[in-house]
Design a protein around this ligand. Structure first.
Ligand code: PEP
Length: 252
């Protein structure tokens, strides 16, 4: 049985006080409601607050993830953060391939391949985002695009690494727009992604890999989305910034 996974991607939001008080309140809630057996919850704050966030969650079931790494170990890359730096403060999970990184920082599949390679070298668990643009969907290229994104990145790695991955299917046109994909569209794509993993790595891997949906999940639609076949949880942006909304999503 795959456990449901809920990931809060805070992007470039929340200062020191907002980050720490949110995480403390969330822990209180998780403890009071005893929801620690049922779900895996991962929070992804900004780089400056990863260390303190990771200290706060020690000894709890909450997890922290970074939003990016560079593919080099160190060097003259002003403003960048390396895998080894994150490891040195105890971070074990990273998000890679988010569509905003692709859009604003021109992260191609080739760059993502190198980032995955570096992440695996440092034994990170990787939340890997894939998704198509609106034009790609409208021209019915969405299945092809998803296949290409996987073939040029994760599928270049051997079976022994696959337990490190969580897949987040995020149609780009649904991120931050308030337009979620229709349940039937989500169902078909999640089925397809699982099928691709089966074809590449076999039934066991395909049954065990977690495939999350992301794109305008909120406190109202979460329950519906999480009940779709093959949806193992969600990657949540906007609605994860307000604790009341995020708590409702967790309870969905
Ligand atoms: C995201 O950034 O991954 C995301 C899904 O954002 P939102 O929930 O705001 O659409």
């Amino acid at each position: 049985m795959r456990k449901k996974i809920i990931i809060a991607n805070w992007k470039m939001n929340h200062d020191f006080y907002e980050t720490t008080s949110f995480i403390r309140n969330l822990l209180k809630f998780i403890f009071e409601r005893k929801i620690y057996h049922k779900k895996k919850i991962i929070i992804s704050p900004s780089f400056p607050f990863l260390h303190i966030s990771n200290q706060i969650i020690q000894g709890t079931t909450l997890n922290i993830a970074a939003q990016n790494i560079h593919y080099m170990d160190n060097g003259s890359y002003t403003g960048e953060v390396s895998a080894s730096m994150l490891k040195s403060i105890g971070i074990q999970k990273i998000i890679l391939g988010h569509s905003e990184r692709k859009k604003y920082f021109i992260e191609t599949n080739d760059i993502l391949f190198k980032k995955i390679q570096k992440g695996l070298q440092y034994n990170f668990d990787i939340i890997f985002c894939i998704g198509e643009t609106l034009i790609e969907r409208e021209t019915k290229k969405h299945f092809l695009i998803i296949k290409k994104q996987l073939e040029e990145t994760i599928f270049k790695f051997s079976l022994k690494y696959i337990h490190h991955f969580i897949i987040a299917y995020e149609p780009i046109w649904a991120i931050g727009t308030g337009n979620t994909a229709y349940p039937e569209e989500i169902k078909k794509m999640h089925e397809y992604i699982r099928f691709l993993f089966k074809k590449k790595y076999g039934e066991n891997i395909s049954n065990n890999i977690s495939i999350l949906y992301g794109g305008s999940i909120n406190d109202i639609n979460a329950k519906n989305i999480f009940s779709i076949n093959n949806v193992d949880g969600g990657l949540i942006g906007n609605a994860s910034l307000k604790i009341e909304k995020f708590l409702t999503i967790i309870q969905s």
